[in-house]
Design a protein around this ligand. Sequence first.
Ligand code: LLP
Length: 432
Amino acid sequence: MKMERNITVNEAGHLVLGGVDATVLAEKYGTPLYVMEEDKIRGAMRAYRSSIEKFYGGNGRICFASKAFCCKEMYRIADEEGLGADVVSGGEMFTALSVGFPMEKVCFHGNNKSDKEIRMALENHVGRIVVDNMEELDRISHFADELNVIANVQLRVKPGIDAHTHNFIMTGQIDSKFGFALETGEAMAAVKKAIETPSVRLCGVDCHIGSQIHEVTPFVKAGEVMMDFIASIKEETGYEIDELDLGGGYGIRYTSEDDPVPYAEYMEAVSAAIHAKAEKHGVKVPFILMEPGRSIVGEAGTTLYTVGAVKHIPNVRTYVSVDGGMGDNPRYILYQSKYDFLLANRADAPADTTVTVAGKCCESGDLLGENVPLPETKAGDIMAVLSTGAYNYSMASCYNRNPIPPVVMVKDGADRVIVKGQTYEDVCRNDV
Ligand code: LLP
C-alpha cells in the first residue's frame, strides 16, 4: 500500500524503508536510529546530473554539499555517481581524503579557514579553494608560494539577494559573514588582486543565496547578477571567468506545507537566464557548478525512536517523550523546523490526537515538534520522523552524554551500518 509522500506500509501496518520493515530495524539496531534510503540519494544525484546534461550540455558539475550529511560512505556514493563535493572544514576534507575521493572535484568553502586547513587543501590538491576575504587571499598565496603550487580559486561573492524575504535590494546582503560584496566594489577589487597574484589562478566566481528555498526567482536573479559580474570583469580587466558556482539551497519537503519545485524546473529557468545573459554580454557560458546538500539527502532520511513517557496535562497539552531529541536532531531547537511524524508500528492508524513530541535531554526546549498529529501513542511505540537525512546526523551532539545514534543504509530489502553508533566508551574517549 502506498500512502501520501510515497510512504510504504506493509500488511502488518508497519512503515517500510528501502524494502525493510522499520520496526525490524529498530529491534535490530536499537533506537534512536538514523535510516537512509540509498535509492533516494542516488536518484537525487542522478536527477541533478541529468539536468546538467540537459540544460548545460554536460558543461558543469554537481558537488554534493557534504555538510548536509558527512560520512565516508557519502563520499564513496558521490564519487560513484560522478559528483564532486563541497567541503567546509579540515574535518570534511579529511573524511573525503580517507576514502580516496578525487580531490580535484572538491570545492573548499569557509569564511574563516585556518592556516592548517589552507595548507591541507593545497598539499592535497583540492580542486578549488573558495576565497572568502582579502586576508585569506593573501594567506592562500603565501602558502601556495611556500609549497610551490598554484592555488586554483573561486571568489565567494554576495550577489545581494535575500532569498527568504524576497528582497532583491542590492544592499540587503552586505550584512553577511560570507564573501565579497558586489556593490561596494570589494568583489571587483578581489578579482583584480587574484588576477595579479602569480601563485593564484582565478578560475571562477561563486555564490550561495540561502537554504531550503522554494522559489525559482531568487536563483534566477542570482544567476543573472553573477553573469553581469562576469561580464563586467571581462570589460574592466579583459579576464574571462571560466566557472560559475551557483551554490546550493534547493528546498525539500518536510511537511505537507512544503511544495518543492522539481530540480529540473530550477535548472531550466536558471540555465535560460544564464544563456540569455551570456548572449547579451557577449561572454561565454561558464562551466556551471552547483552544490546541493539538503535536496540530495534530506528526504532520504528517517529517524526512528522508541516512545517512553506519555504525559497528559489536562487543558494544557500531551507530551510524548522519545529516547532521542536535540542531540540527534537539533533543528527544532535551532530553527523550530517542522517535520512529519508517524508511528512505524501503526503507520496506517489515523492521526486523531495532537501532541508535543519531546526529547530526553534535560532542557525544556528539547522538543522535536509541537501540535503534532499522531494516533493515540503509548510507551513502546516506534516513532518515525521523516525527512531527517540532512543536517541531523551532521549537526548531532552527545549533549547529556547521550551517544550519537548509528546510521543504517537501506536498499532493496537489505540494511547495513554506514556509521556506527557511539558507545559510552566513545563519549568519554578523550577525557583525561
Ligand atoms: N554551498 C554553500 C556555500 C553552503 O553554505 C551551503 C549550505 C550549501 C552549498 C548547501 O545548501 P543546501 O543545498 O543544503 O541548502 N543547518 C541548516 C542549513 C545550513 C546550510 C548552510 N550552507 C539547516 O539545518 O537547515
